[in-house]
Design a protein around this ligand. Sequence first.
Ligand code: ADP
Ligand code: ADP
Ligand code: ZN
Length: 218
Amino acid sequence: MEPNYYILLGAPGAGKGTQAAMLVLALGIPHVASGDLFREHLSKGTELGLLAKQYMDEGKLVPDDVTVRMVLDRLAQPDCAKGAILDGFPRTIAQAQALERALSANGQRIKAALYIKVSTEELLRRLGGRYTCKNCGAVYHIVFDPPKQPGVCDKCGGPLYQRADDTPETAKKRLDVYFQQTAPLIEYYRQQGLLREIDGEQPIEAVHAALLKVIRGE
Ligand code: ADP
Ligand code: ADP
Ligand code: ZN
C-alpha cells in the first residue's frame, strides 16, 4: 500500500504536537516533528543540536539545508514505511519543494496538508502556558490540558519544563516568522488541492474528531 504522509500546518501553539500524538494512536504511523528532532540533538549535545540552538533561541528558522537533511533521514527509517504525521515541517516553500522531490523520487506523494487554524490571541495564551516533558516531549497546558500531577508527565513520569522559546518575547518573534515564512504554505497546498482546514479553537477532543473526519474522508 502507498504510504500515508500527512502534514500538520499551523502556527506555533496551534496544537500540532498535541493532535499528532493522538493521531499516532488512531492511525498507527509515527509522529515526525522537526522541533522535537532538534531538541533531541540539543539534549545529546550534537553539532547539529548546537547549530540549531542559535536559531531556536532567537525564534528564527534553522537553515533549510540542514533541516531538510535531518527530516528526510528520519523519514527513511523503517518505522516510517507506512507513512508519517509531519509536524513543524515543511516550514518554508523551499522545504516543501525538497520534500516533494524526495517523495516523488520514490513514487510517493503527500496525502493531505491539515491546517489547524487558531487566532493569534489564542496562540499567545497557549504558548504562555505550555509545559513539555523533558523525557518524551509530551505537551501539556497549565490551564487547558493540565497533567494529573503538577510538573509530572502522565505518559512517562518525566519532569515537565517550560521551553525557553515560549517566553512572551520569543513567542511573538516566532509568530512573526510564521506569518512571513510558513503561512505562504497554506496557499501553496491549497493550489495543489491538498489543503484541508480545521477549526483549531475547539477543545482538544473536538479538534481530534474533526481531523479524523477529514482524514477518513480522503
Ligand atoms: P512549535 O511547536 O511551537 O511550532 P517547534 O518545536 O516546531 O515549535 O519549533 C521550535 C523551533 O525549532 C523553531 O522556532 C525553529 O527555530 C526550529 N524549527 C523547527 N522546525 C523547523 C523547520 N522545519 N525549519 C526551520 N526551523 C525549524
Ligand atoms: P504546536 O505543536 O502547534 O506548537 P502544541 O500542541 O504544543 O502546539 O499546543 C500548544 C499549547 O496549547 C500546549 O500547551 C497545549 O497543551 C495547548 N493546546 C493544544 N490544543 C489545544 C486546544 N484545542 N485547546 C486549548 N489548548 C490547547
Ligand atoms: Zn513524558
